[in-house]
Design a protein around this ligand. Sequence first.
Ligand code: PLP
Length: 390
Amino acid sequence: MPGHRIYLDYNATAPLAPGVRDAVCAALDLPGNPSSVHREGRAARAAIETARQQVAALVGAPARRVIFTSGATEAAALALTPDVAWDNARGCARLLVAGGEHPCVSNGGRFDGSAVGTVRLDPDGVIDLSALERALDAEPGRPAMLALQRANNETGVLQPVRAAADMVRARGGVVVCDAVQSMHRIEEAATDLGADALFLSAHKMGGPKGAGALVLVNPTLEIGAPLLRGGGQELGLRAGTENVAAIVGFGVAAAHALAMRHAESRRLLQLRDAFEKGLRALFPQVTIFGARAPRLPNTSAFALAGLPAETLLIALDLEGIALSSGSACSSGKVRSSQVLENMGVAPDLARCALRVSVGPGTREDDIDDALGALARVAQAISVRRMQPAA
Ligand code: PLP
């Protein structure tokens, strides 16, 4: 079947959700600047505000607390700053990040490198809450910001954000949650998470690439200084004429995700479980990372010891199957996974780690075909390896 591709890399990015392309094209035709007071400007403004409501509805937060950015990376940089005020507190002396966070978080945002500490993960990929408690209590006079993702992009492992947030907030700290992989897949509201702020990325849920949002969930939370200064857009926190089309597309994708989330999360779980059942049947020695922890319904990270990920990835690509090794955002770059390293996975096994992430376009047949291709490719590589060198 020439040209038939099976896309199993939804954690890297998702194809456009229904309605997004048309909405984006219509928004591109809006001539006005959203800051202008004339009718054309007001139409562009209205399109942005509709999107804001759609994103807010997905998250379960007030629309006025949604700040559009160019993506999750920018939202993280905006939020991870010592210059924050919340409740009756002002200023964070330090940032704690969980091991295995996305690089846009683990790099520490606007904190000085010396103020950033890492809290380790357990072998299942879950934050070690007693290590977090120790880190918080080690310096009681230095209020901490914790950055903890809800779901890991590589393993799908879910973090106990609520429990961690209760711990941090009881000690006068503040919590920022990377909800990029979770909000469109898990039925929960921002307030369930207990974080003071969270951030999202449009392209992970079928919106355009290059749009995201920071949501200030705690009504008292204030970010001291913007990243970009200028015209004062987005509550003064993100200057620059808004990317109206991308924001509109984000809104439509968020509305679609909200409408589908209940049914999709169950369907994806069945597909993922079918994949893992088939995988274990084909390769009884397979390691599935984070399998004992609560995980996203759509993600399976696994390794076949002795079969390097890049070799499998390239061979599977030729078979028409798109999946990923290591972190999605580093696809194409061969480097070992920080997430697996933080889980204590041996480097040799980590080099064999692949990720399948299913999504709205995935069908049962795709899972069967992917397993068939994996069996063929693994067999071919093993046979080639056993042949004596010429
Ligand atoms: N956080 C997680 C968990 C991600 O998976 C990604 C992208 O892969 C990001 C943050 C960065 O998102 P963006 O591409 O919108 O900057």
